[in-house]
Design a protein. Structure first.
Length: 257
């Protein structure tokens, strides 16, 4: 699916302010909460991905937790920790493969690698970088000169040590917003700008393969094909998460779907 794979050179890492703590997810009572065993006690933790995460049954799933950053005047949280990553490896395994699930933080990580010059094929050399740029009826994640980048962080295929894959089934529920982004990006390409939709994975994912079309995904795929015909580029970036921070693994351009 990819045109060319860029193997990242030794990179500067995005470092967390505090090391993440390892726990064990006991259950997920609702889409916002995970019950996690930590140091012999069970604590309520925030789940930052409110949709389905693969087809995982959250019982005895290893995880990495972050503490919320304290700020004056902030509203007290109902949970003491946020689940940043999970692993499908056995809990007893010391060196686990982690899968980041905090889709809200993905843009912060991509912003860091753009600003530190580690994505030279995406950012215009010497051009100012901006976040949350208004474009048509949409707000696009990043701009670098005449390049506009929209980031999506899917949790569809999740790797395990045994080579298994867990697929999320069911329709996409936010396809109208996604289609609007592709439509607005397709418009600016005709004005001499560059437009990119980038799939961001917080693990070393294989090149994206579109799912079999259904009523929802088929509509998305038609919008993607129409946009790529007009010049919108589809890219993928794979990042690695551990207790210390985030590392760039590789990024590459995908073939049109």
């Amino acid at each position: 699916m990819c045109l060319a794979i860029v193997v990242a050179a030794p990179s500067k890492s995005y470092l967390f302010k505090s090391r993440l703590l390892e726990g064990l997810i006991i259950s997920r009572p609702n889409r916002f909460i995970m019950m996690v065993e930590l140091d012999g006690r069970v604590v309520r933790c925030h789940c930052p991905s409110t949709g389905r995460i693969g087809d995982i049954k959250f019982e005895n799933i290893p995880c990495l937790l972050s503490r919320p950053e304290k700020s004056s005047g902030s509203i007290p949280r109902k949970t003491a920790y946020t689940v940043e990553a999970i692993s499908l490896d056995p809990p007893s395994r010391k060196r686990k493969t982690w899968i980041g699930i905090n889709q809200n933080r993905a843009n912060d990580y991509v912003w860091f690698f753009l600003k530190t010059g580690q994505l030279p094929l995406l950012a215009s050399r010497g051009a100012p970088l901006e976040r949350e740029v208004r474009l048509g009826h949409s707000r696009i994640d990043f701009s670098s000169g005449n390049t506009f980048i929209e980031v999506k962080t899917p949790l569809i295929w999740l790797p395990s040590a045994e080579g298994l894959r867990y697929q999320r089934h069911g329709p996409f529920h936010s396809f109208d917003r996604l289609i609007r982004h592709f439509t607005d990006l397709a418009r600016i390409v005709r004005k001499g700008s560059r437009a990119i939709v980038m799939l961001c994975y917080l693990y070393d994912a294989k090149p994206f393969q579109p799912p079999p079309p259904d009523k929802s995904s088929g509509k998305i795929q038609r919008a993607v094909r129409a946009a790529t015909t007009k010049g919108v580029e589809n890219w993928q970036i794979n990042l690695r998460i551990d207790g210390h921070g985030i590392d760039l693994i590789r990024y590459f351009r995908l073939k049109p779907f």
